[in-house]
Design a protein around this ligand. Structure first.
Ligand code: AQP
Length: 348
């Protein structure tokens, strides 16, 4: 089923009750193939929330430049990600889907927010420390360091009420609130302070190859993740090879991080409580459990993959959806930046 682009203004569902609805802002980086972690931790919730909230979803291509990047791959992945989000159920008539770099106000605000952000705060960010790893100062890009300020600008410029994210992003949202609060205190009430919206289920899907690390689209090994585009056979193989814990019990417990992760995925894919799955597989071997889980993931992703195939061949339609998203986003960002320039003494 291809996503239809509305042809006229009249066909667009008007956001008449926008004032009453909560506004959400949540972006995603075109830094690799979408994973089951992105889907379960973020996108699936966005699809539910687009019916009740005013949703803005930037494809944050500027953030994707904070690691090493290839220009052609970045361009291609930006469009692939747009197609992936639409295939997962983001409806461009309900949610505003756009590309971050098309909105110059995001980067302008980033610089201004840097003036309200402390060097020490950025150095304490867990994601910065994790992504930097053991790289020396000389080999660590400043873009990785400033990543949370750009994210703060993305959020604050829309006066978002809620930021639906996975657990990994909690610290960045807290920093965004601190920066926004500091700005408001210094220059007068300008930004709404957003709340992180972290669901308990699926907030942190772990790597299949290492349950101590989260599943990530830019992971070094494809064995870490299930990509939404993985063929059914690949999905089954990856799950079959997923690490397990010592012992043979199939239970979700603190001392069984790998099984807990697999049971969480199984539960979310089939809408079955973990306790029911534990009861179903009591006394069963890992082999049967993993075969069933592989089938469940492949079945759940099949309709998404079918939609994705159609959308990928419709580049003009994708560009049109993103163009319309840019227009709608700038209806918010242009006046907000005028206000920011005014209160900070930039407008003459
Ligand atoms: N493993 C995960 N479990 C639950 N949620 C996750 N998210 C990412 N990984 C998991 C959520 O997906 C949204 C988009 O993430 P992002 O692309 O902006 O950046 P990220 O969090 O850094 O995601 P990745 O996949 O790990 O990307 P790379 O590898 O490029 O860093 C966010 O809401 C995030 O919480």
């Amino acid at each position: 089923m291809a996503t239809q682009v509305p042809e006229t203004e009249a066909q667009l569902k008007p956001m008449t009750d926008a004032a009453k609805r909560k506004r959400i802002l949540s972006g995603i980086q075109p830094s690799g193939d979408l994973t089951l972690g992105n889907y379960l931790g973020a996108i699936r919730n966005w699809v539910i929330q687009q019916d009740e909230c005013e949703s803005f979803h930037p494809i944050v291509n500027l953030h994707a430049m904070s690691g090493s990047f290839d220009p052609e791959a970045l361009r291609r992945r930006t469009l692939e990600l747009a197609a992936g989000l639409l295939a997962c159920g983001i409806d461009p008539e309900k949610a505003v889907l756009f590309v971050q770099s098309q909105i110059p106000e995001h980067t302008e605000l980033t610089w201004i927010l840097c003036t309200q952000t402390m060097y020490g705060e950025l150095g304490r960010m867990i994601q910065f420390k994790e992504k930097r790893g053991t790289a020396s100062d000389a080999k660590t890009s400043a873009a990785l360091f400033f990543y949370p300020v750009l994210q703060g600008a993305d959020i604050l410029i829309y006066d978002a009420d809620l930021v639906p994210v996975g657990e990994d992003q909690r610290q960045h949202i807290e920093l965004t609130r601190d920066i926004g609060n500091r700005f408001n205190t210094t220059f007068g009430e300008t930004f709404k302070l957003p709340e992180a919206d972290i669901k308990t289920d699926g907030a942190r899907i772990m790597g299949l190859d290492d349950p101590a690390k989260k599943m990530s689209k830019s992971a070094a090994s494809p064995a870490n993740y299930i990509a939404l585009t993985d063929e059914p056979d690949v999905i089954r193989k990856k799950i079959n090879r997923a690490v397990t814990d010592s012992g043979s019990e199939i239970v979700a417990r603190q001392d069984k991080p790998a099984l807990t992760n697999l049971l969480t995925i199984f539960s979310l894919m089939t809408d079955t409580p973990v306790a029911d799955l534990e009861a179903r597989y009591e006394g069963a071997g890992y082999g049967q459990f993993k075969r069933d889980l592989g089938d469940a993931v492949a079945d759940h992703l099949a309709p998404i993959q079918a939609r994705l195939k159609e959308l990928t061949s419709e580049r003009a339609q994708l560009e049109s959806i993103l163009h319309r998203g840019t227009e709608r986003a700038r209806e918010v960002t242009v006046p907000k930046m005028e206000r920011v320039r005014e209160v900070t003494g930039l407008s003459l």
